[in-house]
Design a protein around this ligand. Structure first.
Ligand code: SF4
Ligand code: SF4
Length: 368
């Protein structure tokens, strides 16, 4: 185990300031049972968290949800993040934004905005979002672009139902004028896992999309930075999930629970301490959830004796839990895992899935 003293503070703090959201995306990675509005941390608690984060060495604050704009105090939260000295990013669908509200957020210190795009086709985009939001999103993108000091990323969420329109989606994103574009394959947690049969791309789709991506990267070079995260179902090695457990990132859920990643709650036996009871330094250095998969003591073979264990840290603990019901196992996305075939079978069986899409609905966690 790496000693607590050797662990530097996290670089990024991801704050799910609410689980409320006007959209119902079929690929939403929020948990199936969400935190209710009454359980959300108040402005003052978030303000303290941001100050402690800066003291711990955090550089980037990511305000996300749910939809962060659902919080009436979002401008106050941005101001608190900026006052603490953090670079403030807001991840949003832009639903709930308006020209005056955007101006207020920028005035409060918003540095960067990341806008998600569901499809190039309006009817289909609205279908994946479970709400008529596409037209409004395009309108808001124009307002964002008009802000001279606001950095802008368009995040295109891709899956089997839209991947064949990647070229059109990149063209639409390009027309919005961002500095960065991100192609993000759906991550199969929460609601996305419920819809996995319909969302997992085929190997052929992935191969075609890789060619589209390369061409777009060449065409946009020097103008728009295009970044793509390839799903690891068809990869040889897993991704270094969250940069390694408890190494770079801390996530706070709407009710104040501190987690090493956004889906850590699916791992049985983990207990999450709360910012209401502890400061961020204690949570990072002492909370048992952050220790659970730090270092390599927990690793099984083949990870334990693998030379890549300091590169990918054994992959994703939540994927090992979901597929193998064993959070300590080598991520089955790794071709060295004795269970790799199990993951390949899931991916290859996916096109035979049912036709029922499960939309994100509000099922709230009871605190009574
Ligand atoms: S993925 Fe969709 S439903 Fe989930 S939080 Fe984001 S915008 Fe809301
Ligand atoms: S065996 Fe483990 S450490 Fe080695 S590449 Fe696979 S997941 Fe990474």
């Amino acid at each position: 185990m790496t000693s607590t003293q050797q662990i530097p503070g996290p670089l990024s703090l991801v704050c799910e300031v609410t689980h409320r959201c006007p959209l119902h995306c079929v690929y939403c990675s929020n948990p199936l049972v969400m935190q209710q509005a009454e359980a959300e941390l108040p402005t003052e608690a978030w303000t303290r968290v941001f100050t402690e984060a800066a003291q711990l060495g955090v550089a980037h604050l990511h305000l996300t949800g749910g939809e962060p704009l659902a919080r009436h105090d979002i401008a106050d939260l941005i101001r608190a993040g900026r006052n603490a000295g953090l670079y403030v990013n807001m991840i949003t669908s832009a639903i709930g934004l308006s020209e005056p509200r955007l101006a207020a957020l920028v005035e409060a210190g918003l540095d960067h905005i990341q806008l998600s795009l569901q499809d190039a086709d309006e009817v289909l985009a609205n279908r994946w979002a479970g709400a008529r939001t596409h037209a409004k999103k395009l309108e808001m993108a124009a307002l964002i672009k008009a802000q001279p000091h606001l950095a802008f990323t368009v995040n295109i969420v891709v899956h089997r139902q839209n991947l064949d329109r990647l070229e059109e989606m990149i063209a639409l994103a390009e027309s919005m004028g961002p500095e960065r574009m991100e192609i993000a394959h759906v991550q199969y947690y929460g609601w996305a896992l419920k819809n996995r049969d319909l969302l997992l791309p085929t190997r052929e789709q992935l191969e075609r999309s890789t060619k589209t991506l390369r061409e777009a990267q060449e065409r946009l070079a020097g103008r728009i930075h295009l970044q793509a995260v390839v799903p690891d179902y068809y990869a040889r090695y897993p991704k270094a999930c969250v940069g390694g457990w408890g190494r770079q990132l801390m996530l706070i859920d709407p009710a104040g629970r501190a987690m090493p990643c956004h889906s850590a709650s699916i791992i049985s036996g983990l207990a999450f301490d709360n910012v209401r009871d502890h400061d961020l330094a204690w949570l990072w250095h002492e909370s048992s959830a952050f220790h659970r998969f730090r270092g390599d003591d927990w690793m099984q073979e083949p990870c334990r004796s693998c030379e890549r264990k300091t590169v990918d840290f054994g992959g994703c603990r939540c994927q090992a839990m979901q597929v193998l019901d064993d959070a300590d196992a080598t991520d089955p996305a790794c071709h060295l895992s004795p269970h790799h075939e199990q993951l390949i079978k899931i991916a290859e069986a996916a096109p035979a899935g049912t036709n029922t899409l499960h939309y994100r609905t509000i099922e709230l966690l009871s605190h009574s």
